[in-house]
Design a protein around this ligand. Structure first.
Ligand code: ADP
Ligand code: MG
Length: 258
């Protein structure tokens, strides 16, 4: 059974200028453990789609089901990772990681153990008592990911999560986040405007059109690698073909000749 079903989702916004159609007839599903990327032009409705899946925005038409349940309000099944890591400076890294559990009233000994185990597995136990400003940008993102995973979400949503980082850090964090998500077998849906990132991380790339966004294509991605990692994918022969395919689908050539 699919863990996520997005079925015929449409979203319109009422503005002073009239009605804006952001999403039109968006339908796709994900199996447990899938990692999908979503690319599309700026302003096409990517963040809107994630808000609908998270249940913080209710769609104008269509519906979302997670693990067989229709989403009808902010969903406890969702973990969200954004551009800002939103770590609280007055709390230590461990206290930050436990925050999500506290807010959900799930601070049981088992869940605390799970959080400590994640900190240890991913090399942050030495920083458990440090404050966020004492960590590098890359480590902060790792801590933010562990905080999100500590509540054991069914689906992880990432919205341009790495775009505030400089290029070098971004490559490192991508490597890190990819490894953790795969090792923990998390189902993840990642929005990015970075075509290489979408290819290197996804099992499939959902390509959205200009607004009103429809799915132009869901492109399966496969690299002939014994152990996949985003950096290794970048130097694979398949990479260039995927890149030019997505570039064409996004209609980048049309935008430039306008
Ligand atoms: P993306 O994340 O792909 O850049 P968004 O989902 O943020 O796009 O927005 C899609 C479109 O919907 C944009 O044209 C944006 O201006 C519009 N929009 C987003 N949120 C609102 C809102 N709360 N009210 C009115 N229009 C909105
Ligand atoms: Mg956005």
């Amino acid at each position: 059974m699919a863990i996520l079903n997005v079925d015929g989702v449409r979203q319109t916004y009422q503005t002073l200028a009239g009605e804006t159609v952001a999403l039109e007839n968006i339908t796709f599903s994900m199996e447990k453990g899938d990692f999908f990327s979503v690319v599309g032009p700026s302003g096409c409705g990517k963040s809107t789609l994630l808000s609908i899946i998270a249940g913080t925005l209710s769609p104008t038409a269509g519906q979302v089901t997670i693990a067989g349940q229709t989403v009808e309000g902010p969903s406890p099944h969702i973990g969200y990772m954004l551009q800002q890591d939103n770590l609280l400076e007055w709390r230590t890294i461990r206290q930050n990681v436990l925050l999500g559990l506290e807010l959900r009233h799930q601070l049981t000994p088992e869940m605390k153990d799970r959080a400590d185990h994640l900190l240890e597995t991913y090399g942050l136990s030495g920083f458990a008592n440090s404050h966020p400003s004492q960590l590098s940008g890359g480590m902060r993102q790792r801590a933010a990911l562990i905080r999100t995973l500590a509540v054991n979400p069914d689906i992880l949503l990432l919205d341009e999560a790495f775009s505030a980082l400089d290029y070098q850090t971004r490559l490192e964090v991508t490597e890190d986040v990819y490894r953790i998500i795969r090792q923990e077998q998390v189902t993840a849906l990642m929005v990015t405007h970075d075509i290489p990132e979408s290819i290197c991380m996804g099992d499939a790339v959902i390509i959205l059109s200009q607004r009103p966004a429809v799915i132009r294509e869901t492109l399966p991605i496969h690299f002939d690698l014994p152990v996949r990692s985003p950096l290794r994918c970048r130097s694979c022969p398949e990479f260039a073909g995927y890149f030019s395919h997505i570039w064409k689908e996004l209609g980048m050539h049309e935008t430039h000749s306008e």
